[in-house]
Design a protein around this ligand. Structure first.
Ligand code: SF4
Length: 354
């Protein structure tokens, strides 16, 4: 998305909203607002009207889907390692704190999607959400775009998947159940580790891992099978065998239908931000990281394979899989193949580490 694909939102904000600095993108590009409530303090929302919300994934991508819908840009979940950070630079926005606090909101996303799904040119392909930034980040509590998006997809029986760290998804539980009755729906929750101290510093804006696992549990109780993307596994901070075991055990206890491990990767944008954080919180690890990621954005294959093997062995030991009681027939993890085994992630993918 570029700013030139967007037009000004002329609507008025309600509640505590107030117009703010529109000069940032040019007076005709957006309406920017801030809200005085504690949960939105320090965050600016740039409301835009998108002309299109169905985005085609570039052909060269290794994504297991072709179409995405992303109602937001930037993410207040503020994960230090988030590789979507770089996408903020395309909008001339800061990829560090700016990514966490300057949130672009496509306020007309549901109505545009309704129009696009009704077009004769649309073939009804799978639509993936949560692949760039989290569609159930805090902004969604105010803008409520996802109910309209899910309803539009349901009306057209269009298959879709959602990957999230947001407990807010439970607000839309009824809609998801209705959607799953007419089409394939995949839900995945991202939980890379269960270490509370690590969570507080590296994923400061997200619900706690335990709360996210409660989402998995609740979805399962409602007959909606939910996979867990165990991402990221953070070298030297969450990859100890005991830590991996504790995480997989908790994922199993929550009733996840699959677990897919993914080792931290550090692409430009995320790399600088993460390494600065590492220097502040774990300075003794900086040299080890420079060596481990000396070849580029990805940890060495041997390291990725080791983590994958360990997690898959633990998953077997704890009996994680779609044959567990409570796994729904129509629903499989977002982006995952409809296979009985957890996806092989020995090859790095380009999923945002939600
Ligand atoms: S990793 Fe996901 S939840 Fe975290 S900041 Fe990025 S988009 Fe948001």
């Amino acid at each position: 998305m570029r700013w030139e694909n967007l037009t000004v939102d002329s609507g008025e904000s309600g509640g505590h909203g107030r117009a703010a600095d529109t000069a940032l993108f040019g007076a005709d590009a957006v309406v920017s607002r801030t809200f005085d409530t504690p949960e939105f303090r320090g965050i600016t929302f740039h409301e835009v009207r998108a002309r299109s919300v169905l985005n085609r994934v570039p052909g060269a991508s290794r994504m297991p889907f072709e179409w995405t819908v992303n109602p937001y840009r930037g993410c207040s979940h503020a994960c230090v390692y988030c590789f979507a950070r770089k996408t903020h630079s395309y909008l001339d926005l800061d990829t560090g704190i700016g990514f966490d606090t300057q949130i672009v909101v496509k306020v007309n996303a549901p109505e545009v999607l309704r129009r696009q799904l009704a077009s004769r040119r649309w073939q009804g392909d799978h639509v993936a959400m949560g692949t760039n930034v989290d569609c159930y980040q805090r902004a969604e509590g105010r803008y409520r775009l996802m109910p309209g998006i899910i309803s539009a997809l349901t009306k057209h029986a269009n298959p879709f998947s959602i990957l999230t760290k947001g407990t807010l998804i439970l607000r839309d539980l009824d809609l998801l159940v209705r959607a799953a009755a007419v089409t394939d729906v995949g839900i995945s929750v991202s939980v890379g580790f269960t270490d509370t101290e690590l969570w507080r510093t590296v994923e400061p804006g997200t619900p706690a891992p335990e709360r996210r696992l409660d989402v998995v549990r609740t979805l399962g109780e409602q007959g909606i099978g939910c996979g867990v993307l165990m991402a990221p596994v953070i070298p030297f901070l969450s990859d100890d065998p005991a830590q991996l075991r504790a995480t997989v055990r908790a994922i199993a206890a929550a009733g996840a239908t699959s677990v897919t491990p993914l080792v931290l990767h550090l692409r430009p944008g995320a790399r600088e931000w993460f390494m600065a954080w590492l220097g502040r919180h774990h300075p003794h690890l900086v040299r080890r990281y420079e060596r481990l990621y000396a070849e580029g954005a990805y940890a060495p294959k041997w390291y990725q394979r080791r983590i994958t093997r360990q997690v898959h062995e633990l998953a077997q030991e704890y009996g994680i899989g779609p044959t567990r009681a409570g796994a729904a027939r129509r629903i499989r993890p977002a982006g995952a193949p409809p296979a009985a085994e957890p996806a092989d992630v020995s090859e790095p993918t380009q999923l945002t580490l939600l």
